[in-house]
Design a protein around this ligand. Structure first.
Ligand SMILES: Cc1ncc(COP(=O)(O)O)c(C=O)c1O
Length: 408
């Protein structure tokens, strides 16, 4: 059982013995659901009535004119309930929890999107819910903490390590080991021990299934390239899965932060700074030092600021099936600004990485081609970071006044 879940030399399930039975129960629960004829329909039904699926494909006419190359299409995962692709995975795992008869869910979160999605699913299905979040992220993402608590979740700030996402994951595993009888760990991306990479990709494949049908219907042919940002890898695997067997170039875009020539980035597969290791239950490329200690990472987008990457993507890179690039913080803010002004769309900072890379390349393609960009989430949540980056004086005045009102 534990030999499964390898993608080339990556993946596996490196877990404490005490979790063996729980992981095995999850593998069986997942396979049973996946093989049961009504399960995918039950999943797509709830996604269409609760989360606006299928999400549309938008033709970006103004951006296409601006760049003068291939026709640009955008897959609108930002229109999901709670504002990102995260809900695809979370609702799927929620249905599994119901089938397994568990009553409590836990999750880690960095940017807070996955935490809000999990708290939302728990409210809908009636599960108790605890969210682990690094203390630094709690401070950075207060609006998401506010919503998680309103949705009935307990949010626990993690004070260990660098107090960010990787530390929240460690704490969630500690909770799971103690409470596995009634608790399911809703991991938020295609990382961690088997079966999480396979299971999360399975639920996110709804993006690629829809997108492949939609673009072929609209353009009568496949896109030349598909672009997606890569944190842990779930939205990228979701959209790529629809095109893996087609003559389409797949491009994963990581966080280039302050530049790949600095240590202030989170690029594992596009840089030469990561090496293969085992951590957090799986084997992949990690940004680590010679002693296997995880390095500090940086990105303007909290959701891409992670040390590891999906073992499935690591394998697809080795096979040469996916090309990996990095977009810097500056390029991302420029791409975001252009997209807002030209199309009236506000991509999340994470998603804007995919836009930035596509914009660098689109003029090289012919007007007969089309490309597809996955807008994994909406940018409203990033208002504080974006306003800081654009140093908007009126906004800063507004925040100062708010703070003064609270002190009064
Ligand atoms: C909007 C959005 N896109 C992308 C990501 C990155 O995650 P993944 O690589 O699993 O899609 C996040 C993570 O929080 C996110 O919130």
């Amino acid at each position: 059982m534990m030999n499964r879940g390898y993608y080339g030399k990556f993946g596996g399930a490196f877990i404490p013995e005490i979790l063996f039975a729980t992981i095995e129960e999850l593998v069986e629960g997942f396979l049973d659901a996946r093989n049961s004829p009504g399960f995918w329909k039950e999943y797509t039904d709830i996604m269409s009535t609760y989360s606006c699926r299928p999400t549309p494909l938008t033709f970006a006419e103004n951006l296409t004119k601006h760049f003068g190359g291939a026709r640009i299409y955008i897959k609108r995962e930002d229109l999901n309930h709670t504002g990102a692709h995260k809900l695809n995975n979370v609702m799927g795992q929620g249905l599994l929890v119901k089938r397994m008869g568990k009553t409590r869910v836990i999750a880690e979160t960095g940017a807070g999107q996955h935490g809000v999605a999990t708290a939302t699913m728990a409210a809908k299905f009636g599960f108790r819910c605890t969210i682990y979040m690094g203390e630094v992220d709690v401070a950075r993402q207060r609006p998401n903490v506010f919503w998680m608590e309103r949705l009935g979740a307990q949010v626990i700030p993690v004070k260990d390590g660098a107090r960010i996402l990787k530390d929240a994951i460690n704490e969630a595993f500690r909770d799971w080991v103690t409470n596995m009888d009634d608790t399911h760990y809703v991991l938020g991306t295609a990382c961690g021990p088997h079966p999480f990479p396979e299971m999360v990709s399975y639920f996110q494949s709804i993006i690629g299934k829809e997108a492949q049908r939609q673009i072929v219907e609209r353009e009568g042919k496949f896109p030349a390239r598909v672009y997606a940002c890569v944190g842990g890898g779930s939205n990228a695997l979701g959209i790529f899965s629809g095109f893996l067997n087609d003559p389409v170039q797949l491009v994963g875009v990581e966080a280039g932060g302050k530049g790949l020539d600095t240590s202030r980035h989170a690029s594992r597969l596009a840089s030469k700074d990561a090496s293969i290791g085992v951590a957090q239950g799986y084997k992949t490329y990690f940004l680590q030092d010679e002693d296997g200690q995880m390095k500090e990472t940086h990105s303007v987008a909290a959701g891409l600021d992670y040390v590891g990457v999906s073992p499935i993507l690591a394998c697809l890179r080795e096979e040469g099936r996916v090309r990996f690039e990095a977009a810097s913080d500056r390029e991302v803010l420029e791409a975001l600004s252009l997209t807002v002004k030209k199309e009236g769309l506000i991509p999340a900072l994470e998603s804007a990485h995919a836009f930035a890379q596509a914009f660098k390349e689109v003029s090289d393609l012919s007007a007969d081609d089309n490309i597809l960009i996955n807008q994994s989430g909406r940018g409203d949540k990033d208002i504080f970071t974006i306003a800081d980056a654009f140093t908007d004086p009126d906004w800063q005045e507004f925040i100062k006044k708010k703070a003064k009102d609270y002190r009064a």
